[in-house]
Write a protein that binds this ligand. Sequence first.
Ligand code: PEP
Ligand code: MG
Length: 320
Amino acid sequence: RRAQALETARAACRTRDGARIEALANLASPAEARLAVENFAEGCGLLRTEFLFLDRLSPPDEDEQAEQYQAVADALGARPLAIRTLDIGADKPAPYLALEREENPALGLRGLRVGLERRDLLEAQLRAILRVKARGPLQIMLPMVSFSDELAAARAMLDELRAAMGREEPVPLGVMVETPAAALIAGRLAEAADFFSIGTNDLAQYALAIDRGHPGLAGRLDPLHPAVLRLVAMTAEAGAARGRSVSVCGGAASDLAAAAVLVGLGVGRLSAAPARVPEIKAFIRTVTMEECREAARRALAAREAAEVRAIAREIWPHLD
Ligand code: PEP
Ligand code: MG
């Protein structure tokens, strides 16, 4: 029994009927990359680079960053690595940014908006990423995009740096879909983005208008709310129409019922907390694509998240 469980954990993640669904890990340090590999993650679907930028008086320089990203890449070996550019704002302590205090940081200067305002920071980070020698596929993803011109500006910056550095192979540049706006214009973003990675934590926060840190409302902040799922479905359809891969790296990918519904909506890559990866893989192995699609179809027509969870339990009684 134990030997079989180990074999399942090691094997590539597939549904019972053989569809390939990648199970990756979200990371926030090189040490976590080793943990992910120990948990048989198939790569890193989200490297949160904030660990390098917070709680210090000056930003990390290009060399320091390159070294840290390289350490993550080395730990992952030939597995894929998606590095997210800085997602920081008035809510996080980075004194050197000298950001004005904001009444509502979630709606203010954060994510890619900071990088486009402080171009020196984003440029140093992109240069550091472009220096990484990865044995596996390397990707760059942009947090908190809601305007097409933000993607265009980041793409132009990346192209320019790559040309200046003489790095020949392009590095795929993707958009995190974390705002309703990004999901709603996913078709247009797909023209210039190489892939999508849906951040369900922020997407749910902005779609449901519930602060993700609000203690009293946390119970209502469920990414299985049909409104959030519709945004996911739009993104998945827009990605598929242009042949762009669509992944989910928010908390929903770590939640078994949600993961299966997301697969049914067309998500082919799940990036979860490292310790959750074995369980995600084991569960996906018990479901079929047809079941996932049925769950997704019914979920989109549901009234609320609790109903979606009931649908998932009906289709997969072993969820409990
Ligand atoms: C998300 O918003 O779902 C996400 C993955 O990014 P973070 O949790 O780092 O904001
Ligand atoms: Mg986010």
